[in-house]
Design a binder for this molecule. Structure first.
Ligand SMILES: [Zn+2]
Ligand SMILES: [Zn+2]
Length: 159
């Protein structure tokens, strides 16, 4: 640009004259500032202070609330994608609706995916792969498990 040099500020870090838009309010240009931030975020000092911050009771509570909200949202989306209703009866209360593998195998999938439970399944469903999954209410889910003997001899139906 043909601006006069008066409209330029000189960065105190890199020493380059730059236009005022290249600065926040300080005397360090945006480029230098972000370089500094990135380096700082990686430093052990920053990590230690973040770890300390995350241990504060108020922060622990906040993080927990955030996680709970995140999972509630995720669950609501998954339930909506699967129709929001038990596949076997008219039950619609999301508190007792569970994602079911139509052909069984849920326990096996959970085992191979580790202890994070259904998160793999949830992400599959969120990405549109709803085939093979259905919603069952807790009652229908138990009945199905017993009928399929997914829970072994202890829960054999009395028939
Ligand atoms: Zn600079
Ligand atoms: Zn049901």
């Amino acid at each position: 640009m043909a601006n006069s040099s008066i409209t330029h500020k000189t960065c105190s870090k890199c020493g380059e004259p730059k236009s005022p838009e290249e600065f926040y309010r300080r005397r360090v240009c945006k480029v230098c500032n972000s370089t500094y931030r990135k380096a700082y975020n990686k430093s052990p000092k920053h990590k230690a202070s973040m770890a300390k911050y995350n241990q504060k009771p108020s922060v622990v509570l906040m993080n927990r609330a955030r996680r709970t909200k995140y999972h509630a949202n995720l669950r609501a989306k998954v339930i909506a994608l699967l129709g929001g209703k038990c596949a076997k009866c008219p039950f619609t209360d999301p508190r007792a609706l569970q994602v079911d593998h139509i052909n069984g195998g849920g326990a096996k999938e959970r085992r191979t995916k580790g202890t994070r439970g259904n998160s793999g399944v949830n992400h599959k469903i969120l990405s549109g792969q709803t085939e093979g999954y259905q919603l069952l209410c807790a009652n229908c889910n138990w009945i199905k498990r017993i009928e399929n003997k997914e829970h072994g001899r202890r829960f054999l139906s009395p028939a």
